[in-house]
Ligand binder design. Structure first.
Ligand SMILES: C=C(O[C@@H]1C=C(C(=O)O)C=C[C@H]1O)C(=O)O
Length: 283
């Protein structure tokens, strides 16, 4: 049973509403029956954590890197070690010709990653445009369009010059995994952080054991093949932040700082997370 340290304040947890996060929240409400779990877009969760309307959330890793007051609260994360399937840039021109880039409103990490990779691979720094969450790929006339989450998993209805899977691009280029999001606490925390870390990691492990069930249920809701959902959750995505993932975050932070996508250099200790519950070197 959970026991908040401050019985007056209900712990408010923000979780990403996409398929990629289901293994991290499968059974979360049962594990923390006194907490409120709110589902939203990753970008909005980061804003809510900054505003203090939620206490802990699965937020874009770039927002953790930007906010010195945010801290990692577990080694449960949304990451990849190759193609991720759900983070894509669709090109209407050759990457070297891109002048305008539309960024999915739900994203922060991939919004910065797209700019890092476009600069690195193609030497361009395009003008940015928002792609509102209600807009489709076809609604934007930008030279390149970033989509994340469930909507990036469907085949596009138009032909494109090229499509980049940003997980694949990053891992090929750096030889390191990539972390898109992690559980992060804001400055106000009405719950024991060590205990929360254990709960979040236990929930993740239970979620991974239930990937079969999750894939069956969620594929029906999304109208995608069950096999695709299963492969996505069990092969494309990685949910444990170990030493290689931490190196990936460090490398990403350095490149974001170079392009001024993060204002200040990030102190090295902020890339390290050691779990008491789950010693990741054993996985
Ligand atoms: C893999 C994904 O990771 C997500 C990407 C995020 C971002 O770009 O800011 C944030 C949270 C994750 O849910 C995805 O949404 O497809």
């Amino acid at each position: 049973m959970s026991t908040p340290t401050d019985s007056e304040t209900v712990l408010r947890i923000g979780a990403v509403k996409y398929l990629n996060s289901k293994p991290l929240v499968h059974g979360l409400s049962e594990a923390l029956p006194t907490a409120d779990v709110i589902y939203d877009l990753p970008s909005r969760l980061a804003d809510q954590l900054k505003a203090g309307t939620i206490h802990v959330a699965l937020v874009p890793i770039v927002e953790y890197l930007r906010q010195p007051k945010f801290r990692l609260v577990s080694n449960a994360c949304v990451g990849c070690r190759g193609p991720v399937l759900s983070v894509k840039v669709y090109f209407r021109t050759a990457p070297e010709q891109v002048k305008t880039l539309a960024l999915d409103e739900g994203s922060r990490t991939s919004a910065a990653l797209a700019q890092v990779l476009l600069y690195q691979h193609a030497g361009v720094r395009p003008q940015l445009q928002p792609l509102p969450i209600g807009d489709r790929l076809e609604d934007s006339s930008a030279d390149a369009v970033l989509l994340i989450g469930d909507r990036a998993m469907y085949p596009p209805s138009q032909e494109f010059h090229a499509v980049w899977d940003l997980g694949e691009q990053w891992c090929q280029q750096t030889g390191l995994p990539f972390v898109f999001a992690a559980w992060v606490a804001g400055p106000e925390m009405p719950y024991d952080v060590g205990r929360l870390a254990t709960v979040l990691e236990q929930v993740r492990d239970q979620g991974l054991a239930a990937v079969d069930t999750i894939a069956t249920r969620e594929s029906t809701k999304l109208g995608i093949e069950r096999e695709l959902a299963y492969h996505y959750l069990s092969e494309n995505l990685h949910f444990r932040m170990g030493p290689a993932e931490q190196q990936g975050i460090e490398q990403y932070a350095r490149r974001c700082v170079e392009l001024k996508l993060i204002d200040e250099p990030v102190p090295p200790h902020r890339f390290r997370y050691h779990s008491e519950y789950d010693d990741c070197t054993t996985h």
